[in-house]
Design a protein around this ligand. Structure first.
Ligand SMILES: CC(C)(COP(=O)(O)OP(=O)(O)OC[C@H]1O[C@@H](n2cnc3c(N)ncnc32)[C@H](O)[C@@H]1OP(=O)(O)O)[C@@H](O)C(=O)NCCC(=O)NCCS
Length: 162
């Protein structure tokens, strides 16, 4: 079922839309990943091989909640939340098209997801990130994620929602 989209403004003053996606949004999302760079960008994702990438996206639509950002008819960013089995926490992933990075779009998608799951009664959201992914770490810390492990390379971050 098609969900309503909301309009937001990026750091340059240009507008873009965001909305929870449904299966019919998979083809435009795959189009974003077809030209995504670098591929993989982080922790093996999005997968380099096209078929593996298609399967990864389809799996996220089966097991998760997928939020897309759009400009015109094109998908420019994708965030997904995969609930843990207790449905009180979940894993967050996010990918912004290279041409659209550093415009605040990732921050908008992340904050939207946090608010959505706070309203749904989730306790927390977690993610894993490579410590050298400075842009991602900057974004996550800005919105309130903190490190919750003692690893030194690929780390887990969490944000409490309650
Ligand atoms: C990580 C990613 C999702 C961020 O999305 P985005 O839309 O570019 O992020 P935003 O513009 O909202 O925020 C980026 C922040 O990093 C900051 N930043 C940019 N370059 C930076 C650098 N070299 N070091 C530290 N911070 C940096 C920006 O200034 C901004 O912070 P600010 O809003 O406080 O100024 C995007 O870069 C991406 O898709 N990367 C590839 C995939 C990936 O790594 N996903 C995360 C997996 S864990």
């Amino acid at each position: 079922m098609k969900q309503e989209r909301i309009t937001r403004t990026d750091k340059t003053g240009h507008s873009f839309d965001m909305g929870i996606s449904c299966l019919e949004d998979v083809p435009p999302l795959l189009e974003m990943y077809r030209t995504f760079s670098p591929r993989p960008a982080s922790q093996g994702l999005p997968p380099e091989d096209s078929e593996t990438c298609h399967n990864w996206v389809r799996n996220l639509f089966t097991i998760g909640d997928n939020l897309l950002a759009w400009r015109g008819g094109s998908v420019i960013a994708h965030a997904a939340l995969v609930p843990d089995t207790n449905c009180k926490s979940g894993e967050f992933v996010i990918f912004v098209d290279k041409k659209e990075r550093n415009l605040g779009i990732g921050t908008h998608l992340t904050r939207f997801t946090l608010e959505r799951y706070r309203q749904r009664g989730f306790d927390s959201i977690w993610l894993t990130v490579n410590v050298t992914n400075y842009v991602a770490v900057r974004l996550y810390r800005k919105v309130g994620f903190i490190y919750c492990d003692t690893e030194c390379y690929e780390r887990t971050m969490i944000i409490k929602l309650t």
